[in-house]
Write a new protein. Structure first.
Lengths: 356, 488
């Protein structure tokens, strides 16, 4: 009986995956003039809402380049990049799943790029001159002020407290990434486990006993928090949350006081990529001061360049506790270790009481 | 003649330099540069290898540490060998900033556990359990440094071995080694340049005293042969001494020559004056018989003069030969016999019979045949001449050659008037003439003495019994290295 249930469930998951893939893959959006001689294909995990204005700025500055933008989930993006490695479609691959991007570089799928902008990046924001960060993302919690029971949480301990106190109410009202589907979700979970193993254990246990909902993508979590289906979204990318908080007064973004993870959005140019020159040009464009400033001014993303991080940025981040920047280096490979990954996902599934 | 030679030296200087081997200074500098370059090249080569080793040693430590951290985290879970790679293991490897990392963990019972499935390499040396091996292999398109370890599983429920392979590309190693090499090469090149500069400078300094000496000599008046009297370093003392010694010898020679020339002129003036007196006398004579007689006198005088000139010339030749020709082994009998033969007729004319008594076949001495012949000639002439003097005409001159244990004795024996005891010491003086009533220049015996000295021989003047003089010469045997034993 149990076995049948497992089979059924996995079949369901598989079909869901296939469905999601079919939905995402063909969607490519064009920017710039139709007759522009050069085409820059970007495969990215970033929502168009954040990236669109910047790409528009790019094609305006370089009218001879047309940008073809495809939004792909981080895990799919990784698999596709490897699958296409002999004849890549994408000139540029952008993702916030740093671990997967690092793995692509380590396994030799990326090419080297040098420019004034990339050479002046801080060492934690690039690796081997093959993968480059262009935005820094605080990892936040998002709450619905109207529905959250009790005082708003300042850190993870507060969240645990609330869950204990309002145990019945919180059931099914917490959302977070499905680490099996989302590369960035896995990255955040594994970094949480690395930073504070005990807290992470308690948190995941509490999530499991309160029927936490798992999602593939940030904006779905935010939608559900906004609608009141959820009261808490855990581990969301700060820039998405900040954008919605600006428009929706019911929402509040919280940078955990115990520690805040900072991840980066990173881009790489695949080996043998078509039009690699324009891919480099686009990276340089993202790293120029004016674009970095614009990212923060329009709350699209948080800039990576330290000189652009002004008081304004700090205001958005608020007065927070320690920040743990996940750096771009070989350590990220540990998170992608085959045995570790298997064990981590297994224990995550067990904790969340998800059958596998 | 000497002055002429001195004067010629200056214009010839350029020629001399161009003919000679490369300058001392240039040889010194070139030799120095070659040696320094070789040393520098060796040093750089050494540094190159050393820096490679150094880089490997330091980065192998990281690799070893990462491997040990991984090894520590191998364990059993549900009876299955597994590994929980610690973050710190890769934090260690991240110290090599830009180096890619590859690894694989395999167990003998389960096969692949984690890492890169296609990382199938074996170490170069036969694998040994519990021993970490390091080696370079190409993987994923790059040269990779691997650490390799296989060990027994120690958990009680498990058997077999587990193998960990971890590798790291060589970027940081190359960077470290090239930065070390670069620095070292800079230092080595700098030292080499300094050394070359010192050599150039040093050669200038070292050779300066020589230049000073040559300048002092150059600036001298042609006839100035006084010793060099400038202060120069100790090392040039010997050179200075040799030059001074040479100049002193030159000075002596010059003085001798001057004396000789003056004496010769003086010597020639007397017979010339007497010749003139005879000629005047002949002119004034009225009777043909008297005139005839006077002319006879002139002829005799001319013969005597001619003999003197010949003697002077011979002496000049002999002294020149003695200065220039090296001595060589000669058979003493050859010059002795030759001079006897030459003098025999002249002696007979004077009513003297010349005989040679030699009881040896060969008499090898070390010397100059021409000089020895001149010496014999003079002695025989002298003996013949003295045989004619005195109240009674002596009729015999004997030349005798005898062999002694390590010398030959040549005696020239006459039975003439003999030499008074007090004159014996002076006969060898130049232009000393015991008697003026006979032909002779007074040069002959002086030359004999020179030749004797040149051959480091001994000459003794003895009285012949019952009367007359014996010149006795002892001259060392020539001892060639081959037959010295037989002669002694």
């Amino acid at each position: 009986m149990m076995k049948w249930l497992v089979v059924f469930f996995s079949l369901f998951l598989m079909s869901f995956n296939a469905f999601a893939q079919a939905l995402v893959e063909p969607e490519s959006i064009e920017f710039g003039k139709k007759d522009a001689p050069r085409v820059l294909r970007i495969h990215s995990s970033i929502d168009l809402a954040s990236f669109g204005p910047l790409i528009k700025g790019f094609v305006k500055r370089y009218p001879s380049i047309r940008v073809s933008y495809t939004d792909i989930n981080t895990s799919e993006l990784y698999k596709q990049t490897i699958k296409e490695s002999a004849h890549p479609q994408a000139s540029l691959v952008i993702s916030s799943a740093m671990g997967l991007q690092i793995k692509l570089v380590n396994d030799g799928y990326a090419q080297t790029y040098h420019s004034y902008e990339t050479d002046h990046l801080p060492s934690y924001a690039q690796w081997r001159h093959q993968v480059f960060a262009f935005s820094l993302e605080p990892v936040v919690m998002l709450v619905n002020k109207d529905h959250y029971p009790g005082p708003l949480p300042k850190d993870r301990q507060d969240v645990l407290q609330t869950i204990r106190q309002y145990s019945d109410f919180m059931k099914g009202r917490i959302g977070t990434y499905d680490i099996r589907q989302s590369g960035v979700g896995y990255l955040l979970a594994s970094q949480d486990a690395r930073q504070a193993d005990t807290t992470w254990g308690r948190l995941i246990e509490a999530f499991g006993s309160h029927q936490v909902k798992t999602y593939c993508c940030t904006h779905e979590i935010i939608d559900d928090v906004a609608s009141g289906k959820l009261v808490l979204g855990y581990n969301l990318l700060g820039s998405y949350a900040a954008q919605r908080v600006k428009e929706d007064t019911r929402l509040k973004m919280i940078l955990p006081k115990d520690y805040a993870l900072m991840v980066m959005r990173v881009g790489l140019i695949p080996k043998k990529a078509p039009n690699a020159d324009d891919a480099g040009l686009f990276l340089d464009y993202l790293l120029t001061d004016s674009v970095q400033r614009r990212m923060q001014a329009e709350t699209l993303m948080f800039p990576i360049q330290p000189n652009v991080m002004t008081k304004n940025t700090l205001n958005i981040l608020g007065k927070s506790g320690p920040q743990r920047v996940v750096e771009l280096d070989q350590q990220l490979l540990v998170g992608r270790d085959y045995a570790k990954q298997r064990r981590f996902i297994k224990s995550w599934e067990e904790a969340l009481e998800i059958p596998h | 003649m000497w002055q002429k030679f001195l004067r010629r030296q200056k214009p010839n200087k350029g020629e001399l330099v161009s003919e000679s081997t490369p300058s001392l200074r240039r040889r010194f500098i070139i030799g120095g540069i070659i040696i320094i370059s070789v040393i520098a090249a060796l040093a750089i080569n050494f540094v190159f290898e050393y820096s490679q080793r150094l880089a490997d040693i330091s980065y192998d430590r990281l690799l070893r540490s990462a491997l040990l951290q991984m090894d520590e985290n191998i364990g059993l879970m549900h009876n299955e060998v597994t590994i929980d790679i610690p973050w710190s293991a890769f934090a260690t490897l991240a110290q090599a900033n830009d180096d890619r990392v590859f690894y694989k963990v395999v167990s003998s019972s389960q096969g692949f556990i984690t890492g890169y499935r296609d990382l199938n390499i074996t170490p170069p040396k036969p694998p040994q359990l519990d021993k970490i091996q390091f080696f370079d292999r190409e993987y994923s398109g790059e040269m990779v440094r691997f650490a390799w370890l296989e060990r027994h599983l120690t958990e009680s429920e498990s058997t077999g071995t587990v193998r960990i392979i971890i590798g790291q590309t060589r970027l940081s190693r190359e960077e470290l080694s090239s930065s070390v090499t670069e620095r070292a090469v800079e230092v080595v090149v700098m030292i080499a340049l300094v050394a070359v500069a010192l050599i150039v400078l040093g050669s200038q300094l070292v050779l300066r005293p020589l230049h000073r000496i040559s300048r002092v000599l150059e600036e001298r008046q042609p006839g100035d042969l006084t010793p060099i009297n400038i202060k120069t370093p100790k090392e040039t003392y010997h050179l200075k001494m040799v030059i001074n010694h040479f100049m002193a010898r030159l000075q002596t020679n010059l003085e001798q020559l001057e004396n000789y020339t003056a004496d010769a002129a003086h010597q020639l003036r007397t017979p010339l004056a007497s010749l003139r007196a005879l000629a005047e006398n002949a002119r004034d004579k009225t009777s043909p018989e008297r005139q005839q007689e006077a002319l006879e006198n002139i002829v005799t005088q001319c013969d005597s003069l001619s003999q003197t000139v010949t003697l002077l010339l011979n002496q000049a030749v002999v002294s020149h030969r003695m200065q220039t020709n090296p001595k060589e082994p000669v058979d003493l009998l050859v010059p002795v016999t030759a001079s006897c033969r030459e003098q025999a007729i002249t002696a007979l004319h004077k009513g003297v019979s010349l005989s040679l008594e030699a009881d040896v076949e060969r008499a090898m001495v070390f010397g100059d045949a021409f000089a020895l012949q001149q010496m014999m000639q003079n002695l025989i002439e002298n003996a013949v001449r003295y045989s004619n003097l005195g109240a009674e005409q002596a009729t015999e001159v004997v030349v005798r050659v005898e062999e002694f244990s390590n010398y030959y004795r040549v005696s020239v024996i006459d039975y003439g008037a003999g030499i008074p005891e007090e004159e014996k010491k002076r006969v060898f003086e130049r232009f000393y003439r015991g008697r003026y009533d006979t032909a002779g220049s007074g040069v002959g015996l002086a030359m004999v003495k020179d030749i004797i000295d040149h051959h480091t021989a001994n000459i003794t003047i003895l009285d012949t019994q019952p009367k007359g003089t014996t010149f006795q010469i002892d001259i060392a045997k020539y001892q060639s290295s081959n037959d010295s034993g037989s002669l002694l």
